[in-house]
Write a protein that binds this ligand. Structure first.
Ligand SMILES: *Cc1c(COP(=O)(O)O)cnc(C)c1O
Length: 394
């Protein structure tokens, strides 16, 4: 991500179009969290069973657990608090691998690094991994996933929506096929939870990673849904006290948890209306961008998150473009990898040429984006891309 974009957003000057990287905390969420941070608020340790400070904090934690569970139609007892989707992904992959005593893992080549790097680590531990490629449209073919399953496959992990291009996989079909084969199925739903319909029963999901800061909650809190019936064998990865039914130790962060609960409650309340509104903004942004010569959308135009666009600007270097766009906060690919100048591994996996990948930007709109933000961004993109194309043309 460009320095200018970061600073601009911090000063409240640049138009923020990077909701895939993180979202602002909804003021209603912040208010709830404040109630756990003051002297007269619920500061107790939820694990304290000997006084009301502890009981009251525990009650708030359990309320929040119900809100998070409801978002994915889960049994609240199957929700394990973590520090975010990165930890959830680690717990899912390492925890199931360890409980299975090794074997074979099926995942995809365009997962978030939280899954990919964990899979790489497991390879070092002797686990065999198959990385299924998405198609050029950024969608993973469920048949390819099923074909990769072996007798010793202990887990299939396929992300719901890709964080860089915004394309959405048919996890319900993959989930059902895995269930038929008796293989647990994990999905990283950090980008999709609260935005797309997710149902652990209907979609046959056994493990689901969710992060609060992608849905207007605070950073540093997430969950892993771990199915109880039939149980998914999983080994804890953080030891020390046996919190969260022995799956994740550590004093629960009441304020973070309450924030995530409220974020999920708000997401569930307004999901349909918000998705429609955000999709309308994304279409409006695309209608501006489309008019810029040499632009193309990366990934399927239909099977995508309501707010996410990944666009290649032919003949323009993405990093240069970012530097020139100091009044719009966007990113080249995902925030986590844009410190390096390597072409995006996600776009590579989709078989998009390196020069187009290098000229790609990710733009995401969200809850607090306005039509005038989008119109401003469209106008600025047209100006800057036009100037850069003019400069580089012979
Ligand atoms: C943001 C994100 C993560 C990491 O979540 P954190 O809560 O920031 O650790 C993992 N997977 C996907 C798909 C994401 O978008």
């Amino acid at each position: 991500m460009s320095e200018a974009a970061v600073l601009g957003a911090g000063r409240g000057r640049a138009v923020y179009l990077d909701y895939s990287a993180t979202t602002p905390v909804d003021p209603r969420v912040a208010e709830k969290m404040n109630g756990c941070l003051s002297m007269d608020g619920e500061f107790g340790n939820p694990a304290s069973t000997t006084h009301a400070y502890g009981w009251d904090a525990a009650e708030l934690v359990e309320e929040a657990r119900v809100h998070v569970a409801a978002l994915v139609n889960a049994d609240p007892r199957a929700i394990v608090w973590t520090s975010g989707a990165t930890e959830s992904d680690n717990l899912a992959l390492k925890g199931v691998a360890e409980a299975a005593g090794g074997g074979h893992l099926v995942t995809t080549s365009y997962e978030h690094k939280a899954v990919l790097d964990t899979a790489k680590y497991l390879e070092g531990e002797g686990v065999q991994v198959t990385y299924v490629d998405p198609g050029h449209d950024g969608i993973v073919d469920p048949a390819h996933v099923v074909a990769a399953i072996q007798d010793n496959t202990f887990l299939v992990s396929v992300m719901h929506a890709n964080n860089e291009v915004g394309t959405v996989n048919d996890i319900a079909t993959i989930g059902r096929r895995c269930r038929e084969r008796g293989v647990p199925f994990h999905t990283d739903a950090a980008q999709s939870a609260g935005k797309l319909s997710l149902d652990v029963e209907r979609d046959c999901l056994d493990l689901v990673s969710i992060s609060a800061h992608k849905i207007y909650g605070p950073k540093g809190i997430g969950v892993l849904y771990v199915r109880r019936e039939p149980p998914v064998p999983i080994a804890e990865q953080i030891h020390g006290g046996g919190h969260e039914r022995g799956m994740r130790s550590g004093t629960l962060a009441t304020h973070q948890i309450v924030g995530m609960g409220e974020a999920c409650r708000l997401a569930a309340l307004g999901a349909d209306a918000e998705s429609r509104r955000v999709m309308e903004l994304r279409r409006r942004l695309w209608s501006h961008i489309q008019q810029i010569p040499g632009t193309r959308l990366n990934g399927s135009s239909e099977l995508r998150l309501p707010g996410t666009l990944s666009v290649a600007f032919d003949g323009v270097d993405g990093e240069t473009l970012l530097m020139s766009l100091d009044d719009i906060a966007v990113s080249s690919g995902s925030a986590c990898t844009s410190a390096t100048v390597e072409p995006s591994y996600v776009l590579r996996a989709m078989n998009i040429a390196d020069d187009l990948a290098a000229s790609s930007l990710r733009l995401t709109v969200g809850r607090f984006t306005t039509p005038s933000d989008v119109d401003f961004a469209g106008r600025r993109l047209a100006e800057v891309v036009g100037a850069l194309q003019h400069r580089t043309s012979p």
